[in-house]
Design a protein around this ligand. Structure first.
Ligand code: NAD
Length: 292
């Protein structure tokens, strides 16, 4: 069996998987691969699948499966797994770090000090304590963020059409009500036909004046142009994002907008998470081999 590691994983992973067969990171050998391991960079499209006649299993190290053509994989009898539970803490911590960084102007404070400036009077901070966080998508990651917000003395609301109750958040069935009440809005839903462009000029007008938004879900859940305008007009006080229309973004109106905190899709990239992902892949391959 040939296992193709197509994206970046823990460096110890190839050694761990050798017991199942030959392991390669040579993408030129896709045509011979039985198992392909991807994160978000490799796009497992119809064309990709057609160039892999021996492919039996795709494992996506991470959560979102929007880079895999699930329908075509099913048609071809290819098993697709993700490692859904592994990344929640890693992404939750990044979202929370962004949520702390924005009202404390950490990025500007650091850059200005490096430039020899002393902005003690200009950098007015605000606290998370006593504020309201609205989570869109109260799944695994949304729940981790909610737990951390509670520990900081925040009130937590959530909107999720598929979750009726939560021990962490007060569930709201009306998006308008949630956005109108939230000082911070965290986007943690998957990219689907329903969530694509969900944050747009209409939904942004429902937000509190001066709200902060944090996106560690998917770039295309927002219309970037509308977010940039909301930042310029002051409707949003800040937008922190780890996710983009493409990795890396080719061009984005967010690059020139004020108060944007940007990260290069590193939500899942903690050392601990890559080890957790490796352990789950090892288990999945073990089960696959036992069934052969
Ligand atoms: P999850 O499936 O546990 O949670 C997603 C939640 O979104 C679910 O509860 C679902 O019911 C809800 N949802 C679906 N449609 C919705 C809608 N229209 N409105 C509101 N909520 C809706 O998944 P998770 O592990 O929490 O991950 C969430 C997303 O985070 C992933 O789909 C992925 O896109 C993204 N993610 C990003 C990174 C990163 O590196 N930044 C890493 C992992 C995951």
């Amino acid at each position: 069996m040939l296992i193709l590691i197509s994206d970046a994983f823990d460096p110890g992973l190839p050694g761990k998987l050798q017991k199942y067969g030959e392991v390669t990171d040579d993408k030129g050998r896709l045509a011979d691969a039985e198992v392909v391991l991807v994160r978000s960079k490799t796009k497992v499209t119809r064309e990709y699948i057609d160039s892999a006649p021996h492919l039996k299993m795709v494992i996506r190290g991470g959560v979102g499966l929007d880079n895999v053509d699930l329908e075509y994989a099913k048609e071809k009898g290819i098993i697709v797994h993700n490692t859904a539970a592994a990344s929640s803490i890693a992404v939750g911590e990044l979202a929370f770090a962004m949520m702390i960084a924005m009202p404390n102007h950490l990025s500007r404070a650091d850059v200005s000090m490096h430039e020899g400036k002393w902005l003690k009077k200009e950098l007015k901070r605000t606290e998370l304590y006593g504020k309201t966080l609205g989570v869109l998508g109260m799944g695994r990651i949304g729940t981790e963020i909610g737990k951390r917000a509670k520990a900081f003395g925040m009130k937590v609301l959530a909107y999720d059409p598929f979750i009726k109750s939560s021990e962490i958040a007060e569930m709201k069935t009306d998006l308008k009500e949630l956005l109108g009440a939230s000082d911070y809005v965290s986007l943690n839903m998957p990219l689907t036909d329903d969530t694509r462009g969900m944050i747009n000029k209409d939904t942004l007008t429902l937000c509190k004046d001066g709200a902060y938004m944090i996106n560690t879900g998917r770039g295309k859940c927002v219309i970037e142009e509308d977010v940039a305008n909301a930042l310029k007009g002051g409707r949003l006080a800040g937008y922190a994002t780890d996710v983009w229309y493409s990795d890396p973004p080719e061009s984005s109106p967010l690059m020139d907008a004020p108060n944007v905190l940007m990260a290069p899709h590193i939500g899942a990239s903690t050392r601990e998470n890559l080890l957790r992902i490796g352990e789950i892949i090892d288990q999945l391959l073990g089960e696959y081999v036992r069934k052969q």
